[in-house]
Ligand binder design. Sequence first.
Ligand code: ZN
Length: 237
Amino acid sequence: MKRTAAIFLLLLFSGCAALENVVRDFNLVSVSEEKEISDKMAKEISQKMNIVKDAQMNGRVNSIGERLLKVLPNKEFDYQFFVIEDKTPNAFTIPGGKIYVHTGLLTFVDNDSELAGVLAHEIGHAAERHPVKNLSRAYGAGYLVSLLTGGDPNNQLKVMAINLATGSALLKYSRSDELEADEIGFELVCRSGSGTQGLPNFLKKLQSLQTSGRQITFLSTHPATADRIRRLEGMKC
Ligand code: ZN
């Protein structure tokens, strides 16, 4: 019996140690390192993808984004918004507060409230540092930092940037990250007066598109859709 108990305790403690390492590992990437990762990834995205210069499209995204950022407390990053020429209705966020919106999303939304809902949700992910947390979970925080200090000879940060941009399954958000981003996003649309039904309406439209057989990257990288719609529709300002 004693031997069994000892083995159980050993397993229990080794389990705890592993968990502690994971938590500590996430925190190994500092905010300044995240900003450095952000700049390197943004450079890669600007070279590999078609960043739209159109003043009207950029003006629309930036004015809605700025209105949301005005009511975000404790901004750790210099948030930036970019529009990418791509017909699919997607948006994604890389570490360091850089948010990318496809032209296909701008035409897919019915109004500014839907666009505000999506941008507020992405700002929520950025503010909680979910993108760098995902990268740390997938590749290891120590490895990420080593790419900055070691010069990244195999261009791994570039690969990671493209994985984020294309919605690699490896980098999808966890359910708890989704709920957190929804809560922050909801606060932002409430406080900025951007309309609270934008995000649930947008998600419902994407869901029906998916039902008709289309692969929707936004839904696979931001999972738990039905549950989230229910929660979002029940929230009150
Ligand atoms: Zn999300």
